[in-house]
Design a protein around this ligand. Structure first.
Ligand SMILES: NC(=O)c1ccc[n+]([C@@H]2O[C@H](COP(=O)([O-])OP(=O)(O)OC[C@H]3O[C@@H](n4cnc5c(N)ncnc54)[C@H](OP(=O)(O)O)[C@@H]3O)[C@@H](O)[C@H]2O)c1
Length: 203
């Protein structure tokens, strides 16, 4: 869902898009609505993309990057939307993570691919609100982090187009705080079926 949603958002804003998947057949219906999108393997998408988006199950993030191929990730900006959700049910609405508060999924991925330029983004909101959300409180805040300033500048231009205020929380270690925002975001959904909110920083 995240890959389809963000791919549609990039197309809407005039970018060229290649979606990578292990099973192109499951995108057949989506492609009829988005005929300009190309669909290929993870390696096709990673080699074609100037900016990459990692939008896979958290437990499969490392495997998906492996399919993309290390050479195709070298120096690339990677928007990391993933959350380290464990294969276990929520506990009273609180998702379980396979990371700890002293570690995060993005740090693990950054260590595995040191020459890739990961930027955490889009992980703390549901996909229905990712592209140009219209909310009573105005534009919501997207928390981002990553080690490369230039990569974060590029991701901010994407977030500007997609209708978000950007809060840069610093280096990759901040993913220890940004990833668990997903747990908080999902609690009203699991407890009360409320899924239409987003975070905003007020000063
Ligand atoms: N859903 C949301 O609203 C939302 C919001 C914020 C963040 N997120 C995060 O964004 C990520 C994507 O979420 P999602 O809900 O769109 O889908 P998801 O069910 O978490 O992931 C689906 C994708 O994971 C890939 N995948 C699964 N196992 C794989 C493996 N072994 N190797 C390679 N790829 C594999 C699949 O790729 P194939 O196409 O190749 O099968 C599929 O496209 C997750 O980390 C999630 O926590 C989701």
């Amino acid at each position: 869902m995240v890959a389809r949603t963000l791919a549609a958002g990039f197309l809407k804003h005039g970018h060229e898009v290649t979606v990578g998947t292990r099973d192109p057949g499951k995108l057949a219906a989506w492609r009829t609505q988005h005929p300009d999108a190309r669909v290929g393997t993870a390696a096709d998408a990673a080699s074609a993309g100037e900016v990459l988006v990692l939008a896979v199950k958290g437990t499969a993030a490392s495997a998906a990057l492996g399919l993309a191929g290390a050479a195709n990730l070298d120096g690339k900006v990677i928007i990391d939307t993933t959350n380290p959700i464990a294969d276990a049910p929520p506990d009273h609405g609180a998702l379980r993570f396979f990371t700890s508060l002293d570690d995060s999924l993005m740090e693990r991925l950054q260590r595995e691919y040191p020459s890739a330029r990961f930027v955490k983004a889009f992980n703390s909101v549901g996909n229905a609100l990712m592209v140009n959300p219209v909310l009573k409180g105005g534009p919501p805040t997207m928390f981002i982090c990553g080690n490369d300033q230039d990569a974060k500048r590029i991701v901010k231009t994407v977030l500007d187009q997609f209708g978000w205020d950007t809060e840069d929380m610093g280096t990759v270690e901040a993913a220890r705080a940004i990833e668990p925002l997903c747990i908080l975001w999902c609690i009203p959904g699991f407890l009360r079926n409320e899924w239409t909110h987003a975070y905003k920083v007020l000063r």
